[in-house]
Every structure is written in C-alpha cells, then in structure tokens.
Design a protein around this ligand. Structure first.
Ligand code: AMP
Ligand code: GLY
Length: 425
C-alpha cells in the first residue's frame, strides 16, 4: 500500500521513520515534508490546507492510507474531505477535532461529563471577562479559544496583567480569530505529563507517557516555544495515576465525544497536570505531540500502520499496544533567537554520525531543514530533534546530550536541562 503523510516537522519525520518499517507499506509520500523525511518518503510541495490538491494527489498515486500529523488541517476538516472522496485517512473528522480546535468546547465537555479539569468560565464578551476578573483569585490562566501555535495561553499573576491579557486576546486579536472566545481558568500547580492515545471511536489505548519542556531557556525560563525537548516515560506517571486517568479521564472523554455525536477516531493527546488533588486535564490535542512523538514512537513495538488501520476500522480492542521497557530523551537543536527572531540557511554537519548509530538507539528527526545545492541547511526555529534511548532515563539523557555534540551548525542553540526533572523522581 502507498501512504501519504501530511505535515513537515519532527513529528512527521518520526511518523515517516516508523511507517517505513511497516510490512504493509510500499511507497511513502509526504506533503510538504522536509530534508530528513526525504530519506523515507517522496516529498511533494502541496500545502497542508490545500485539500483539493491533496485529495487529487492521493487519488492519482493510489494512496491506501493518509496520515495527518498536524492540527490545522484536522481542525479545518481534512479528514472529511478525504472521506468524501472515498479515501482512507487516519485522524478525527472536523466535528471531533474540535476537541483541540476549541478550548471553550473542551471545557464545556469536561464539565458536562464530570472529567476532572481546572474550574473555568468561557467568555465571548471582553467586558464580561474583565468584570469576572475583578473578583478572581490570582494567578489566573487566560486561554484563547482556538488554535494559536501553542502560544494562546497566558498565566497572569495580577489583575493588571490579566486585564492586559483580555485586551490582547479579545480586542487586539493577537492570536487572530482564535481570540473571538476565551477561557479564564483556575491556575493549577503540579507535574505536567503528556499522554498520547490511539482511539477508534469506542476503545482507547494509551501509549507510554512523556513530558515536554515548553520554555525556551534552562530552568523553564523565557518564552513559550513549540517544545525544546522531551523525555519518556515520565517517572511521575505512576500506576496509581494511570488507574485514576483510565477511570475518570480517558474512557470518559471518548464516551463523551461519542455521546455528543462527535465520534473520535485518531490520536487524543491528554495534557495532564498531576496536582495534589489528583490528575486534571489541562488540554486535549487531536494529534501526536511534537516533540513527544520523537520519544514515544521510537519506543513503540507495534507496526504503526496496523494500529492506525484498527482505529479507522473500529477494531482497536484487538490490538495489544506495546512499548519497549526502556527510556528515550529528545533534545531539540534550535536556531539561536527562536522563538522570536533567528536566521536560516546554515549548513548542518554531522547528521551521518547519528544515522550510523541508529542500531544503538540514536536518531535525528528533522524539524526545520531543507536541501540546498546538495547540502542540508537550517530552515526554521526548531531545526532538529536528537533522540537517544537508554535502559533508563538518566542513561538516555546522557546519550542524547552526547549525540547533540556530533551535530554542528552556526547559531546552534539548545537547552541543557532536558529531563533534569527525573533526578527528583
Ligand atoms: P495548553 O495549551 O492549554 O496546554 O497550555 C499551555 C501551557 O500552559 C501548559 O502546558 C501549562 O504549562 C500551562 N497551563 C495551561 N493551563 C494551566 C492551568 N490551568 N494552570 C497552570 N498552568 C496551565
Ligand atoms: N509538544 C506539545 C504539543 O505538541 O502540543
């Protein structure tokens, strides 16, 4: 079968790498892809929101399965467009992708179905939001309703900051139409954990846990980014936490979506906060995390195409999802200045050194790269994700940092404390 992957980041590179190992796959295409994905897939310059062109391409190349990596096309209804054309596609339809596409929707869903989350109110009128803040407790969290590249969340310590935040989101429209509505919610403290799952509409199968580091600087300082590194599993995700989440969060979410007539098939990413009062849902995403995928997928034992097909066919209950009994750490190599201002076009050296050690558990996933005059050059803020495995988290972390030394490019920047939290576990 031929497979088409939609997306162009480190997550899609990890997906392409894993899909290439499937015994069911003949040829892989990726739209638009990047210089790393080229090793496994023929990259085609079609935009991820150009549904007509993507559907036409899938028909022409007799694609048997299309895998959507990114949130934007999912929320915009790419799965509906493919299904209407009679094509098989992995991911939630538009009605279900709203779980990520609207934070106001997901909060109301959790309230209605008693899924534990932070206390909140939704607003579509800035005056009402401002009035609400007058009696609120601080810190408080403001969230633009829609997709905002992971940047639409503001944690405000004072009334003044929060008022300014409401203005930015709802009046200045700093995050565009994503700010037509907003959620104001209680500030929670605790460990964050990312739990990804496969869902077939009824059954949910949890993958191994992970943790992301969203801030740009060491010690969780600086601006929020798409993610500067991850580790898996999270030592804070204990059996007790898992039992609680299975009972009160995972299956209840899938059942709630079905009850709402929004049957979810694909990936649900549960962003959890492990508070002193138990786990709470911070957010849902409708796709693999990036860079969570870069530590979770390399540890997955199953043929991923079989699992994706089981989600589409509603037979996930027959799949025994298995992960290696080890650990992985991914350190993102970025361009200095990310996420604000950075230069592109610098030649990258040392990629082959990592590639040669794949059998020892070293991987490099491209995020923002392209090929120029036969050389691979930087082409984004997040450039590469260097992943290493190890028998335990400490070894995996040491391995990942060793591998970051093998790769060089001008303005290379990384955090030096990815996975440091595990020392406290
Ligand atoms: P989200 O996009 O909803 O995951 O929010 C982005 C980040 O903001 C999360 O990863 C948390 O670090 C933080 N965050 C979101 N909601 C809350 C909350 N209610 N309390 C504390 N931190 C939060
Ligand atoms: N790494 C967080 C996300 O993919 O949303």
């Amino acid at each position: 079968m031929n497979v088409l992957i939609v997306g162009s980041g480190g997550r899609e590179h990890a997906l392409a790498w894993k899909i290439a190992k499937s015994s069911h796959v003949d040829k892989i295409y990726c739209a638009p892809g990047n210089a790393g994905i080229e090793e496994y897939a023929e990259c085609v310059p079609i935009g991820v929101l150009d549904f007509d062109a993507l559907v036409a391409f899938a028909k022409e190349k007799e694609i048997g399965l299309t895998v959507i990596g990114m949130d934007d096309p999912l929320v915009a209804g790419i799965v509906d467009a493919f299904e209407a054309a009679g094509l098989r596609v992995f991911g939630p339809g538009k009605a279900a992708a709203i779980l990520e596409g609207s934070k106001a929707f997901s909060k109301d869903l959790m309230k209605k179905y008693h899924i534990p989350t932070a206390a909140y109110e939704n607003f579509d009128d800035p005056e009402k939001a401002l009035a609400y803040l007058e009696t609120a407790k601080f810190p408080i969290v403001l969230k633009a309703d829609g997709l905002a590249l992971g940047k639409g969340v503001l944690i405000c310590n004072t009334l003044e900051e929060a008022k300014e935040g409401v203005k930015e989101i709802m009046e200045d429209k700093k995050f565009g139409a994503a700010g037509n509505q907003m959620v104001i919610e209680e500030f929670l403290t605790g460990r964050e954990v990312s739990v990804l799952s496969f869902v077939d509409g009824n059954t949910v199968r949890i993958m191994t846990s992970a943790q992301d580091h969203k801030r740009a600087g060491d010690g969780d300082t600086g601006l929020n980014t798409g993610g500067m590194g991850t580790f898996s599993p999270s030592p804070f995700y204990t059996k007790e936490v898992d039992d609680f989440c299975q009972k009160y969060i995972y299956q209840p979410t899938v059942d709630a979506m079905r009850a709402e007539g929004r049957t979810f098939k694909g990936i649900i990413f549960f962003g959890l906060m492990l508070t002193a009062d138990g786990p709470r849902v911070l957010e849902y995403n409708a796709r693999f995390g990036d860079p969570e995928a870069q530590v979770v997928i390399p540890r997955m034992k199953n043929d991923i195409v079989e699992v994706m097909e089981a989600c589409i066919d509603g037979t996930l209950s027959q799949i025994d999802l298995q992960f290696e009994d080890n650990a992985a750490v991914c350190v993102v190599l970025a361009s200095d200045g990310y996420p604000v201002k950075y230069e592109k076009g610098f030649a990258i050296e040392g990629l082959d050194t990592v590639k040669e050690k794949e059998s020892e558990g070293y991987y490099v996933f491209h995020a923002g790269t392209k090929r120029e005059d036969g050389k691979i050059v930087t082409n984004g803020g997040r450039v590469l994700g260097v992943t290493a495995k190890g028998p335990d988290l400490k070894t995996a972390r040491a391995n990942a940092y060793r591998a970051t030394e093998w790769i060089t490019f001008a303005n290379k920047y990384m955090r030096h404390d990815i996975g440091k939290a595990i020392d406290e576990a």
